[in-house]
Design a protein around this ligand. Structure first.
Ligand code: 13P
Ligand code: SF4
Length: 308
């Protein structure tokens, strides 16, 4: 089936089922094109919690669809490709969080939303890349266990006066970008600001003119007067960058800057998901109940942009 026809059929089914299509900024362009809402992890979790739709079709990765289910347990949440996971989320288990809690009983656990539901259930508050600094600052405890991203954790550490115990997880896609590649691009385009995601390694973040979430990158490049930019995040963002800043030029910081999991979802999966109600996210009620609190706390505490 031609992709336009697939898109039309998806849009028709969404309407018939009172369903909402959410797409992360890294999704394939043909999916972002027909989404009701696009955004970064924070925006999508807030939007998912407010929708009146009966069904949420979440085009992103599993932890995002799980967060939508946790915030809207009465709704049907579909993850069109069940293999779309996040390797960083799988780098820490609930048992390891329990061990950390036992080791540091006076510390609060701040978990990046890139975690599985059972890990969120053991956390005090969640954060995303757009609010991590303000959330860690706002936590009353002097000691914070920050999981699972060591790169985001080291970035936050620079701006808070707290003891931080940082887990050794990382995003394979962002972690494998190296300063030499960025330096080369900076030499090639000396006028271009380098805008990067805090999941990049500290040596790369140190070269950035701006460090922010995916939606923060879209906003920054829109408002900044420069005509070209070096972009330190996954290539799916190019769709929104070009849409929001026509005429500007974007150069990815690394060749093949791709998250394979974000690319698993295709239009065919979205159509099948709607036709067959698959894969429906199902979580144990006790996990939903416990994981809701840290997510709701994040939404209450943390509309603030990544600062520092
Ligand atoms: P954002 O919250 O900035 O969209 O990031 C999500 C993510 O998975 C980055 O790799
Ligand atoms: Fe996970 Fe990295 Fe992919 Fe984001 S880009 S979903 S952190 S693997």
């Amino acid at each position: 089936m031609a992709y336009r026809e697939l898109q039309d059929r998806i849009r028709r089914l969404l309407k018939e089922k009172n369903a909402l299509l959410l797409a992360h900024n890294y999704q394939r362009a043909e999916i972002q094109e027909i989404a009701d809402l696009t955004g970064d992890s924070y925006e999508l979790s807030v939007k998912a919690s407010k929708t009146q739709a009966d069904t949420i079709v979440f085009c992103g990765v599993r932890f995002m669809a799980e967060s939508a289910k946790i915030l809207s347990p009465g709704k049907t949440v579909l993850l069109p490709n069940p293999r779309a996971g996040c390797p960083m989320a799988d780098m820490i288990t609930a048992q390891q969080v329990e061990q950390l809690r036992a080791q540091y009983p006076d510390a609060s656990v701040v978990s990046y939303v890139n975690t599985n539901a059972d890990v969120k259930a053991l956390s005090d508050v969640c954060c995303t890349s757009s609010n991590a600094v303000s959330i860690v600052r706002a936590v009353p405890a002097r000691k914070v266990i920050f999981i699972p991203d060591k790169n985001l954790g080291s970035y936050v550490r620079k701006f808070v006066d707290k003891e931080m115990i940082i887990w050794d997880g990382y995003c394979p896609t962002h972690h494998h970008v190296y300063p030499a590649e960025v330096q080369r691009l900076k030499e090639q385009y000396p006028d271009a600001p380098f805008v990067c995601h805090p999941e990049c390694r500290p040596e790369v973040v140190a070269l950035a003119d701006k460090v922010t979430s995916t939606s923060g990158i879209i906003k920054f490049t829109q408002e900044d007067p420069h005509r070209r930019f070096i972009i330190g995040t996954e290539e799916g963002i190019l769709y929104q960058l070009r849409k929001n800043s026509p005429g500007k030029e974007f150069h990815l910081a690394s060749y093949g800057f791709i998250c394979p999991n974000m690319k698993r979802t295709r239009l065919e999966d979205v159509l099948l998901a709607l036709e067959k109600n698959q894969e429906e996210i199902k979580l144990p009620p006790a996990i939903i109940e416990k994981a809701r609190l840290p997510l709701e706390r994040m939404i209450e505490m943390g509309a603030a942009a990544l600062s520092g």
